[in-house]
Design a protein. Structure first.
Length: 62
């Protein structure tokens, strides 16, 4: 089996590049999680940022 772990430097570089993320948010019991593609922004050593509307289902669940 191949080793798929990333070093800290590899992870920081990957996250800082342009990618579409996938966000999954749990919902009430017996409901599948909400899973949606999201654009995000990340600078190495910082936090990941995403923007969504407060009234969207994603925004309300967050």
């Amino acid at each position: 089996m191949a080793d798929t772990r990333m070093s800290v430097e590899e992870r920081e570089s990957f996250l800082a590049d342009v990618h579409i993320g996938v966000l999954s948010i749990p919902r009430k019991e017996r409901a599948a999680p909400l899973t949606v593609p999201v654009w995000y922004d990340y600078e190495p050593g910082g936090e990941a940022w995403l923007i969504t509307g407060q009234q969207s289902l994603k925004g309300r669940l967050l």
